[in-house]
Ligand binder design. Sequence first.
Ligand SMILES: [Zn+2]
Length: 262
Amino acid sequence: MPEGPEIRRAADQLAEAMVGKPLTDVWFAFPQLKTYEPALMDTTINAFETRGKALLTHFSNGLTLYSHNQLYGVWRVVPTGTQLNTTRQLRVRLATADKTILLYSASDIELLNADTLAAHPFLQRVGPDVLDASLTVEEVRERLLSPRFRRRQFSGLLLDQAFLAGLGNYLRVEILWHAGLLASHRAQDLSEQQLTALSEAMLAVPRLSYQMRGSMKKYHEEAAFRFEVFHRQGKQCRRCGAVIEKGVLSSRPFYWCPGCQL
Ligand SMILES: [Zn+2]
């Protein structure tokens, strides 16, 4: 399942293909969305915004397409006029003169205006996005120590989109390794030093992943993002030399180093 950095990368590709160009074709599979097709023709897409695993497509007439891909949804970018050979169900097609974007298989799709966007249940529930550049280490630390989250074990807390949006399983295990912490801890039990290390890792790890993963040019130019524990069970920890272990926590595979995560 894609996590915040992969979803943001996909949004970047959609933006590169579509932003600022008039729409020449608008098509929705769901009957309740079809009535919006004429209103969106000849508008432009201003931006693609991610909020955790939800994608918001903002149109120049003030409407916003909300889509959440859950497990199966996937966006594709193709040259306009191209057919894709696939058994997936097409749900959304938006075209400009040269590029078309296609959303397959997603079922969680809505068109919102400013009011329904502000009141949207999922968007109201979701916490600050770790890839939002305005989110600071100090804010993450405050959120960790807030009455709502301070007693929650990290095993579940780091997967909860209401805490921070954009984290998923590989980020959960990598963040805890970078912070040198076991998943059984709760924020209220940490030292000041541990709190700082965890708050920093919660932003630094996803942001590095976003910059590095899938970018081969950068991969060769800079220190690449590499997994330290994820899928590394049985291998040596690069920090302390102990053997990485694998288990299950909060119903998801969990990887950790018993030597340096305390
Ligand atoms: Zn280690």
